[in-house]
Design a protein. Structure first.
Length: 214
């Protein structure tokens, strides 16, 4: 499929445009993501990874959504290209008043782009808070371990901070542990963690977590 076919497919599928209207809309969308509209006749293999990601963004914007799920949108890109794509997403968010669900394992990038952050373990939410609150005061032991693994450029600070190493392997999501799913690797696990699923509750204003030990 050409870029025109890829970006224009949602318009065809939902009957939003036909013929020349699609060409005009595709050109407009490519311009929106800062790609040359003449690229519409080209194929994906003719583009770099960053350009392909912009094509994907253009396709996602085709039907004027208010909410977009970004599932690992920058994980396969070089660092410099990652910054370009994130900057584009932020510009589009402001220009089009978009809401993103940004799924990623790069915790530094999550902190940069997010307003609120949710942490999941084995398919279950374990903590949710405002970005700054969560990074300043993580409550759940899994969140604490995750944040302790973020690389820090300051060697002096890096020497002082405590790195939390989790032991054991991640259990199968098909057959998760009883009670708290994190208990098999949690340094704080007690008998209640094995017997009872922790309640999801608001520990502090706007700061939610699911842990018996909090």
């Amino acid at each position: 499929m050409t870029v025109r076919d890829i970006v224009g497919e949602p318009l065809t599928a939902f009957g939003e445009a036909t013929g020349k209207q699609i060409d005009e809309k595709v050109a407009s969308l490519l311009d929106l993501v800062k790609l040359n509209k003449d690229f519409a006749s080209r194929y994906p293999h003719e583009f770099s990874g960053g350009q392909r990601q912009r094509i994907g963004v253009a396709r996602a914007l085709a039907l004027n959504p208010s909410f977009i799920v970004c599932d690992e949108p920058i994980s396969a890109l070089d660092v410099s290209i990652q910054a370009q794509v994130v900057n584009l997403l932020e510009e589009l968010q402001e220009e089009l008043n978009l809401t993103y669900l940004f799924i990623a394992h790069d915790l530094s990038m999550v902190r940069h782009i997010s307003n609120r952050v949710a942490v999941m373990y084995l398919g279950i939410l374990v903590e949710l808070a405002d970005r700054n609150e969560l990074y300043r005061d993580p409550l759940h032991p899994y969140t604490q371990a995750l944040l302790s693994a973020i690389p820090v450029a300051d060697p002096v600070y890096n020497e002082k901070r405590r790195r939390i190493i989790l032991e054991g392997d991640v259990p199968s999501p098909v057959n998760p542990p009883s009670g708290c799913r994190f208990r098999t690797r949690c340094p704080l696990a007690a008998e209640i963690c094995k017997e009872k699923t922790p309640e999801w509750r608001e520990v502090k204003q706007g700061h939610f977590a699911a842990c018996h030990m909090i």
